[in-house]
Design a protein around this ligand. Structure first.
Ligand SMILES: NC(=O)c1ccc[n+]([C@@H]2O[C@H](COP(=O)([O-])OP(=O)(O)OC[C@H]3O[C@@H](n4cnc5c(N)ncnc54)[C@H](O)[C@@H]3O)[C@@H](O)[C@H]2O)c1
Length: 442
């Protein structure tokens, strides 16, 4: 069988996948399991073990052989790899779940889609504007064949739906602006100093992968499971700090509402630029064009102490560690991932202009976040909420904000071409340079 075949009835109403395993069955049949490669098997990956057990994990890849050995106990039938480039060429794969360090995400996503594989990619999807664009374009070209999801699992909270409904149904009038913020402050001075050779079970060169060479230091691996990303994601060559970390989750609250396209401008302000470490305090501001249901709006990301102004003195936004706010012509909506507060403003704030939805018209819950992706892998009748189109433009915008911060100027942006039109030197910063052997599109 050449790759997987997609069968659709003449009406297009029902769909069925034949998986590479050769099984022909409906999406819920026990034989219809995905053949999955898990790349990055510890840390965040542990949170996926439960649902992965219901599929066939046929390949495990990690640069840390000790982590690999532990994972093999859970998934004894899987082949093991230390180099994801080799892992992706294993025959018979259907899908990839990737929990590696940020600086490899766009590479693994692109290589996987090039091989016709479905991809669940931990956030952030990319580490540069160019990476976000390449991954999104790859996905868009194959969206009928591959299912993708970025690991912003908080999106499954039904509060996301309620916030969207309130704004779309006019509870705050016409939308004018939106903010998202996060309070994490992880300050580092610069790349860690050399600390001898890595242990023989840790493949440091493969961990660096596409990024420029840096000396090994165990400090990059000194965090607990699922939190070790905070040991490396604030260094430019390995991550984008809070922009890609909590920014991926929290801006999702805004992105899910606004039906946004590429920003036409970006500005960034914060602490002085450090060439080794991403900023702690940062404010980035974007102009997002109008669409069919709202005018042009501004969207702002605030982190590390920077905060939007509170709509009322009695509301202390600092009490919301990671939150979002929507301002409309008739009110303000303040929220976090699971709760929301609506504040009508002005003399005409009687709320008669707003009709709450009937129960039947509520946006249905998305259900299990990874389950949505699994269903979409098995049948094109299902879609994913945080696919590489939706999440791709969002992270492109966020990363463009970091470029604006670095050049210290308001950038005008052509989202069709992916070019800054008024500050030529900013275009140099839209992409990363890779080491030999690590092309983005491989
Ligand atoms: N969705 C969430 O809520 C959430 C939570 C935590 C972390 N994350 C994301 O998950 C990713 C991993 O975070 P973490 O804290 O688990 O990091 P980590 O440093 O613990 O890495 C996870 C595993 O991946 C392996 N790994 C790293 N680079 C690899 C490579 N190139 N090839 C193969 N294996 C590799 C590591 O050895 C480790 O076993 C990050 O991108 C982070 O942003 C998401």
């Amino acid at each position: 069988m050449k790759r997987r075949h997609f069968l659709r009835s003449a009406t297009g109403a029902s769909t069925l996948w034949i998986l590479r395993s050769g099984a022909l069955a409906g999406p819920t049949a026990p034989s219809n399991r995905l053949n999955i490669a898990l790349i990055g098997v510890w840390g965040r990956a542990l949170a996926h073990y439960d649902w992965l057990k219901d599929e066939n994990v046929v390949a495990l890849c990690d640069i840390n052989e000790r982590h690999l050995a532990e994972a093999t106990k859970k998934f004894p039938n899987a082949q093991t790899y230390v180099d994801w480039r080799k892992c992706l060429d294993q025959k018979g794969l259907d899908a990839v779940v990737c929990c590696t360090a940020d600086h490899t995400h766009a590479h693994i996503a692109t290589w996987a889609i090039n091989r016709g594989l479905h991809v669940y990619m931990e956030k952030p999807l990319a580490n540069s504007v160019e990476e976000a664009r390449v991954v999104r374009a790859k996905y868009l070209a194959k969206r009928d064949k591959v299912a993708t999801q970025v690991g912003t699992q908080r999106h499954a909270h039904e509060n996301f739906n309620r916030i969207r409904e309130l704004v779309h149904d006019g509870a705050i009038g016409e939308l004018k602006a939106a903010w998202a913020w996060g309070n994490r402050k992880i300050r580092r001075d610069g790349y860690l100093p050399p600390a001898g050779d890595p242990p023989e079970w840790l493949h440091w060169d493969l961990w660096l992968g596409p990024s420029p060479w840096h000396p090994y230091n165990p400090g990059y691996f000194s965090g607990g499971p699922g939190a070790n990303c905070l040991q490396w994601n604030m260094y430019w060559d390995f991550g984008s700090g809070q922009v890609g970390d909590m920014g991926s989750h929290t801006m999702d609250l805004v992105w899910n509402v606004i039906d946004g396209t590429h920003p036409v401008s970006a500005e960034g302000k914060g602490e002085p630029f450090n060439p080794e470490v991403t900023p702690v305090e940062l404010t980035t501001t974007f102009e997002i064009p109008a669409n069919s249901w709202r005018p042009a709006i501004t969207v702002q990301w605030c982190q590390g102490g920077a905060m939007p102004n509170s709509p009322r003195e009695y509301i202390d936004l600092n009490k919301i560690g990671h939150g979002a706010m929507f301002k409309g012509s008739r009110g303000v909506l303040v929220c976090d991932f699971t709760t929301r507060v609506l504040i009508p403003v002005g003399e005409k704030d009687d709320m008669t202009y707003y009709q709450p939805r009937s129960k039947e018209r509520l946006i249905p819950p998305m259900g299990a976040f990874a389950g949505e992706w699994v269903r979409a892998c098995k049948s094109s009748d299902h879609r994913t909420s945080c696919n590489f189109d939706y999440a791709g433009i969002m992270i492109e915008m966020m990363l463009l904000g970091l470029v604006a911060y670095r050049v210290g100027k308001k950038l005008e942006y052509d989202g069709t071409q992916g070019r800054v039109t008024n500050v030529p030197e900013a275009n140099e910063l839209l992409c990363r340079k890779y080491r030999e052997g690590w092309p983005l599109d491989g």
